[in-house]
Write a protein that binds this ligand. Structure first.
Ligand SMILES: O=C(O)c1cc(C(=O)O)c2c(n1)C(=O)C(=O)c1cc(C(=O)O)[nH]c1-2
Ligand SMILES: [Ca+2]
Length: 561
């Protein structure tokens, strides 16, 4: 079975892919070189596997590879085990979902975690399920929270020292964002850490709840009782860095979207948190969007890397935030090193104050509805980025050879206005209306190579439709990502030149991975258009809706002459 040591070594062992991020730091970098910028022209399909059924929605997952098997999750909380050599189905698990689930942004799932002989994934009705890797039978199942209150789960769990670490979705329903650690073999809770100031966390000792401290004093960052239903969903899960022994997890938007109802910074929403995996203590936090008024959310992944600057090596981490800034922080203490825009336009700040780390706002916020003539609709403003973000959930990759981050970015803005809203359990809690708008005729998506030492964009690839898939980079000087137009594409990691593409038959919003098996290198990526763009993208979505939906897993290898 998969051990803690195997998981700790994941990034260095190209024969398997055991964790979300292809290694717990989340660099999505493979040392493999057989498929490289020269040979990639000979990359051809080895096989493809259809997910079947009528449940054809966004396939955002990152496959896992272990022991000749591929474990891949699919829309509607399904999980397939497939023979990595032949593409034959080994087994399939269909989670029985109740009618009343409340996912905000499509019925997606981003992947599983492997531990011992288990494959563990979370479901849209906010459960965590552990299956036997050989049979697909349920070994344990735990309720994370109540789906009727708006809790759901779309993220891949991670395993840190025998514990399975999860977040929750539901920021659009006023849930309480939190991080949980459970014993990966049994599913039993070890600790829980709410991420809204005011809430108490606790550990479980001998079956008893032992409180382990409040998260802060809400009075200073939240108005009144607003913190109690304040969102901050941890909906993308986290990464872990062994050098600092910290779990890095992003927190989403404060609830409701209407920021006039919750004056203050609203800690710890729209932040990066560093959490001690042994106790659940928050060691540091960095809030990128205080009092978020645009659904900039901030859940984006924080990727650990060694920053080489002025002849020194700094233990750093980087985050391409939905708010348009590429942040580099000292990952030992959360101090800001740099923040640079990675999109061409943003309207909400004139920059990030390097001393305080806070945004310098321009006042480009939707107006207060209580100040409007009719008391119902506040002044509408045009704001950039749009609420789907300069970058959404789709994970970037870091290449240790080029020293560059590859960021799947989008260029769009929105008209946004605020409306009155009151909290009601299980109902949408926005208090805002919006229309997303493209900025440019010829592209929305842009894959950008960002130099973390300077913040400069070294190259870019422009895509007509928004980019919505994860990124993979390799020592073969390659970067892979998918497009809603149906392609998996490969780029030269140094120049950005497109060197290969393949049409998969539906939009690619999944996360590609690579591994080595019997002396050959393979690439796998799920295909299947969906996610938030077709649901919320308005006129933007029309730019892409020429491909059918449909779920499948594509696997490629080099053609032998
Ligand atoms: O606040 C939340 O709880 C939450 C959850 C999710 C999710 O679980 O997928 C998304 C969002 N917010 C969100 O704001 C968003 O833009 C989004 C896009 C997607 C997607 O899978 O395409 N999910 C989500
Ligand atoms: Ca959200």
């Amino acid at each position: 079975g998969v051990t803690d040591q195997d998981i700790a070594n994941d990034a260095q062992t190209p024969g398997d892919v055991l964790s979300w991020g292809m290694g717990l730091q989340g660099q999505r970098y493979s040392p493999l070189t057989r498929i490289n910028a020269d040979t990639v022209k000979d990359l051809v399909p080895a096989w493809s596997f259809s997910y079947g059924g009528e449940k054809q929605r966004g396939q955002e997952a990152q496959p896992l590879i272990y022991n000749g098997k591929i474990f891949v999750t699919a829309s509607y909380s399904r999980l397939f085990a497939v023979d990595a050599h032949t593409g034959a189905k080994l087994w399939q698990y269909d989670h029985r979902l109740p009618d009343g689930i409340l996912p905000c942004c499509d019925v997606v799932n981003r992947g599983a975690a492997l531990y011992d002989n288990l494959v563990i994934f979370s479901t849209l009705d906010a459960q965590l399920v552990a299956l036997d890797q050989d049979t697909g039978k349920v070994v344990w199942k735990e309720k994370l929270d109540d789906y009727k209150e708006g809790y759901s789960n779309t993220a891949a769990p991670i395993i840190v020292k025998g514990k399975v670490i999860t977040g929750v979705s539901g920021g659009e329903f006023g849930v309480v964002g939190r991080v949980d650690a459970r014993d990966a073999k049994t599913g039993k809770l070890v600790w829980t850490r709410p991420v809204l100031e005011g809430y108490m966390g606790y550990m479980v000792k001998d079956g008893q709840k032992v409180e382990n401290g409040v998260t802060g004093t809400p009075g200073t960052s939240w108005a009144g009782d607003m913190w109690k239903t304040g969102g901050g969903a941890t909906w993308l899960g986290g990464y872990y860095d062994a050098e600092t022994n910290l779990v890095f997890i992003g927190t989403g938007n404060p609830a409701p979207w209407n920021s006039h109802l919750r004056p203050g910074d609203n800690l710890y929403t729209a932040s990066t948190l560093a959490i001690d995996p042994d106790t659940g203590t928050i060691k540091w936090h960095y809030q990128s969007t205080p009092n978020d008024s645009w659904d900039f959310d901030g859940v984006n992944e924080f990727v650990s890397f060694d920053l080489k600057k002025d002849g020194k090596v700094i233990k750093a981490g980087a985050k391409a935030d939905r708010n348009g800034y590429f942040y580099v922080l000292d990952r030992t203490n959360g101090q800001l090193i740099s923040a640079s825009p990675f999109v061409t336009k943003q309207t909400w700040t004139s920059g990030i104050d390097p001393k305080t780390g806070r945004p310098i706002e321009t006042g480009n916020r939707p107006g207060d509805p209580t100040k409007a003539a009719d008391g119902k609709k506040g002044e509408s403003v045009f704001a950039v980025p749009g609420f789907l973000g300069a970058k959404n959930w789709m994970p970037m990759a870091y290449n240790r050879d080029t020293g560059l981050f590859y960021v799947p970015a989008n260029e769009w803005g929105m008209d946004i206005w605020n409306e009155p809203i009151a909290y009601k359990k299980g109902a949408a809690y926005l208090g805002a209306g919006f229309t997303i708008k493209p900025l440019y005729e010829d592209y929305i998506g842009a894959l950008r190579a960002v130099d973390p030492a300077t913040g400069k964009i070294v190259w870019e690839y422009k895509n007509p439709a928004p980019l919505w898939g994860g990124v993979l980079t390799t020592a073969g000087n390659l970067v892979f990502t998918g497009t809603p137009e149906g392609f998996l594409k490969a780029f030269d990691a140094r120049t950005g030149k497109e060197v290969w593409k393949f049409q998969t038959g539906s939009g690619v919003v999944g996360c590609p991975v690579t591994w080595e098996m019997d002396g050959e290198q393979y690439i796998a990526v799920p295909s299947g258009w969906g996610g938030a763009v077709p649901l919320w993208g308005g006129e933007v979505a029309k730019r892409v809706n020429y491909l059918n939906q449909g779920g499948s897993l594509w696997v490629f290898k080099l053609h032998k002459a």
